[in-house]
Design a protein around this ligand. Structure first.
Ligand code: ZN
Ligand code: ZN
Length: 232
């Protein structure tokens, strides 16, 4: 047997008389109209269903609240994502309490004092996701640093000095670069890295990281002492 449809009171606004009917009687069903009142007024008097009106109202309210909440949540998620992005972008410059941008200004001042004036390059930084070493590149006014997230300061600082020395000194890893690089590291971080003849730029880079790490009391892994040719 088919389940009987739920019955609602359809009430006349004039006489308050009612009849029971389903929630959706046909448009022309007589239950929608109060016939005695229609007869009396000469116009069709429509019955209403207060119960359904009310639940429709509460549903509309509920939907509105839901919509507003969804909008608020979306806004909050977006805001959080933006804050996170900004924080990440900022974090990429900070290693062991040093801000590489401020260090660049300081190191370039030292270079200038040594007779190597150099405009501050436009610098970008990113995290290295594979391998524990830091690498960099410099090409005519631009420096890009790739450093593992959470790296100790020494490899990051030495890398910065390495790339800035490229910016300021002519000749790739030649005498002038070696001299300026070790001078920046020595004067910048109070160490004594000596440029010995015959030592490769890679070995010099490694020696500089070791010296700065010792000065800053940082214990480094073998990987953190390395730099591939990009940065060496
Ligand atoms: Zn009526
Ligand atoms: Zn280099």
């Amino acid at each position: 047997m088919a389940k009987e449809a739920k019955q609602y009171r359809w009430v006349c606004p004039e006489c308050c008389g009612f009849k029971l009917a389903s929630s959706r009687p046909k448009k022309i069903a007589t239950v929608r109209f109060c016939l005695p009142c229609s007869e009396a007024t000469g116009l069709l008097v429509e019955r209403g269903c207060p119960k359904l009106d009310k639940s429709r109202e509460t549903k509309a309210e509920r939907d509105k609240v839901r919509r507003e909440r969804a909008v608020a949540t979306k806004r909050k998620t977006k805001k959080k994502a933006r804050a996170k992005r900004e924080e990440t972008a900022e974090e990429k410059w900070h290693y062991g309490g040093y801000d590489l941008r401020a260090e660049a200004t300081r190191l370039l001042k030292i270079a200038r004092g040594e007779g190597y004036p150099c405009k501050k390059p436009s610098m970008t930084a990113n995290w290295r996701h594979k391998g524990g070493y830091a690498t960099g590149r410099s090409w005519g006014g631009k420096v890009h640093l790739t450093i593992p997230k959470g790296s100790p300061a020494a490899p990051a600082l030495v890398l910065l000095a390495h790339e800035l020395a490229h910016e300021a000194a002519p000749g790739h890893h030649g005498f002038e670069w070696r001299w300026l690089f070790s001078t920046l590291v020595n004067k910048g971080y109070g160490v004594t890295v000596e440029y010995k003849g015959g030592c490769s730029s890679r070995d010099l880079h490694k020696a500089a990281i070791q010296a700065v790490a010792a000065k800053l009391n940082e214990e480094l892994t073998d990987a953190q002492l390395e730099a591939d040719e990009e940065g060496a």
